[in-house]
Design a protein around this ligand. Structure first.
Ligand SMILES: N[C@@H](CCC(=O)N[C@@H](CS)C(=O)NCC(=O)O)C(=O)O
Length: 202
């Protein structure tokens, strides 16, 4: 399999953490891809022009990150990151959506800040910041859902917070959400997380 990736993408990190947690890391060749480079060929692989994109051994191209992660989860015999059915499945998928939603809001905020100043709309950026804050408050209010067997939801939330810390360093978020902060510190000690800390490309 071939994975189109960049070292800072939180969506890619979710896939890489999934690869490590499922023991599939060695089955994937990683191909660095700069999606914002005008010369990028990513659209020849993924018509949406985004990473991550996974080319399977059958030549199928999978995107986006939740689809890739669920595909990878189908390839191993260990404990599943996507519970098969019932309440555990919906809880995991909801947590996945919450984590990815925080990331999506952060990406919108970041892209807004990268427009020429005259085209920036502060209210829009502020709205995204509010979304992130509300999602973190929701997580603080349901810490018990962050316990239990590892699921794709935990990975999505941790990769999102890790990326938000990189792009919008603000230790203050921890003050009002001490439980979430503690959970994140602990989760970040997993080998799959320490091996994938986001770094700016050289
Ligand atoms: N929902 C997608 C989001 C992927 C995404 O937005 N990736 C960013 C990199 S972090 C990208 O490729 N952006 C390029 C673009 O939007 O044109 C997923 O979960 O994979």
């Amino acid at each position: 399999m071939k994975l189109r990736f960049s070292p800072t993408s939180p969506y890619v990190r979710k896939v890489t953490v999934t690869l490590i947690e499922t023991g599939l890391e060695d089955r994937v060749e990683r191909i660095p891809t700069r999606v914002w480079d005008p010369e990028t060929d990513i659209a020849t692989v993924n018509p949406l022009g985004k990473i991550p994109a996974l080319v399977t051994d059958d030549g199928e191209v999978l995107f986006d990150s939740p689809v890739i992660c669920e595909y990878l989860d189908s390839l191993h015999d260990g404990d599943k990151l996507f519970p098969a059915s019932g309440a555990p499945r919906w809880r995991a998928l909801r947590l996945l959506a919450l984590g990815d939603g925080m990331t999506d809001a952060g990406v919108l905020k970041l892209l807004e800040s990268r427009r020429p100043e005259a085209f920036q709309y502060d209210k829009w950026a502020h709205r995204q910041g509010t979304v992130i804050g509300r999602a973190m408050d929701a997580l603080e209010g349901e810490l018990e859902r962050l316990d239990g067997p590892l699921t794709i939801g935990h990975i999505a939330v941790a990769c999102s917070i890790g990326w938000l810390d990189l792009r919008f360093p603000d230790p203050d978020w921890r003050t009002d959400r001490p439980g979430l902060a503690e959970w994140f510190e602990k989760f970040s000690e997993r080998p799959s997380m320490t091996a994938t800390v986001p770094k700016e490309a050289a």
